[in-house]
Write a protein that binds this ligand. Structure first.
Ligand code: SAH
Length: 258
C-alpha cells in the first residue's frame, strides 16, 4: 500500500472516531463535580487569568471551568468538529466573550512563553504522552502557575497479565501514581495534589451514554467494517474496565510551576 493510501485510510478512521465522540457530551471519563474538585486546589485566578484547556473536545469540562472562574479560556483541539461544537456551546451559555475554541495541536501551541496562569487537560495528555506534555507545556506557564491533568494510571504495583498487556499496547505511558508524581516533579512542577477519578465518572458519565450512541453509530455506518470494529473495541474496553477497575483508572494530577 502506498503511503498516500494508508494516510487517507488513517484520516478516515480519525473522522469516524471524531464523529462517534462528537455525539457524546464527554469524550473521556470525568464529571462536573470532579472538575470542580480539581479546581479547588488552584489558587489565585482572577478576571485577568489566561487559561488553556488542551484536548478540550466539545468542551464539557471547559464550560464548568468557565462558570467557576472569571478568566479567559482558550480551548485547543485537533478536530474541527469538536471545536465547532465547543464554540456553539460557549455561545449558548453566553460565555463566548471569554471562552474560545481553536483548532491546534497540543504539541505545537499558539501561546507565548509564560503567558498562562493555568493549563487544564482532562483525559487528553496521553495523545503526546504525560512526560512529554508536562515538559513541553511548562514554558507557557508563568512562574507559580498551575497545571491540572487527568491521566490513565495504575493503582497497584502489580496486576493481571490480561490488563497489563492491553494497556501496554494501548498506551505504554501508563504508570503508577508515585511514578507519575515523580515525572511531574522532574519536569519542573511542585506536585500539589493527586486524586483518583471515581468509578462513576467511567460508568455513568462515560460508558452509559455510549450505549445509545453505539446503536445510532452502527445504524449510520451499517456495513462499514471499520465502524463495526471500532464499536467492538469500545465494548471490549468497557468489559475490561468492569473486570479490572481495581487496578487502574484515571487520576488527576495538579502541579504548580516552580
Ligand atoms: N477533555 C475532553 C476530551 C478528552 S478526549 C473530555 O474530557 O471530555 C481527548 C481529546 O484530545 C479529543 O477531543 C481529541 O480530539 C484531542 N486530541 C487528540 N490529539 C490531539 C492533539 N495532538 N492536539 C490537540 N488535541 C488532540
Amino acid at each position: 500500500m502506498s503511503n498516500e493510501k494508508s494516510k487517507s485510510i488513517h484520516e478516515f478512521d480519525f473522522s469516524l472516531i471524531a464523529d462517534y465522540f462528537s455525539n457524546l457530551e464527554r469524550q473521556g471519563p470525568g464529571s462536573p463535580e470532579i472538575t470542580l474538585k480539581a479546581m479547588s486546589f488552584i489558587e489565585g485566578l482572577s478576571e485577568y487569568s489566561r487559561i488553556a484547556d488542551l484536548g478540550c473536545g466539545s468542551g464539557g469540562q471547559t464550560m464548568v471551568l468557565a462558570q467557576n472562574t472569571p478568566g479567559h479560556i482558550t480551548g485547543i483541539d485537533l478536530f474541527p468538529i469538536f471545536i465547532d461544537q465547543f464554540n456553539q456551546y460557549a455561545k449558548q451559555l453566553h460565555l463566548e466573550d471569554r471562552v474560545i475554541g481553536q483548532v491546534d495541536s497540543m504539541d505545537y501551541l499558539p501561546f507565548q512563553e509564560e503567558e498562562l496562569d493555568l493549563i487544564w487537560s482532562e483525559g487528553a495528555i496521553y495523545n503526546i504522552g504525560f512526560e512529554r506534555g508536562l515538559n513541553y507545556w511548562l514554558q507557557f506557564l508563568k512562574q507559580g502557575a498551575y497545571i491540572a491533568v487527568s491521566e490513565a494510571s495504575w493503582f497497584t504495583s502489580e496486576r493481571p497479565e490480561e490488563i497489563d498487556a492491553f494497556w501496554k499496547d494501548a498506551y505504554p505511558g501508563i504508570d503508577t501514581i508515585p511514578n507519575k508524581v515523580a515525572q511531574m516533579q522532574r519536569a519542573g512542577y511542585i506536585p500539589v495534589a493527586t486524586f483518583i477519578v471515581p468509578e462513576i465518572c467511567w460508568t455513568e458519565h462515560f460508558y452509559a451514554p455510549q450505549v445509545e450512541a453505539q446503536e445510532a453509530f452502527l445504524q449510520k455506518y451499517a456495513g462499514n467494517k471499520t465502524a463495526a470494529d471500532f464499536i467492538a473495541n469500545q465494548r471490549y474496553e468497557e468489559q475490561l474496565f468492569n473486570k479490572y477497575k481495581d487496578y487502574y483508572g484515571y487520576v488527576f494530577y495538579i502541579g504548580k510551576k516552580l
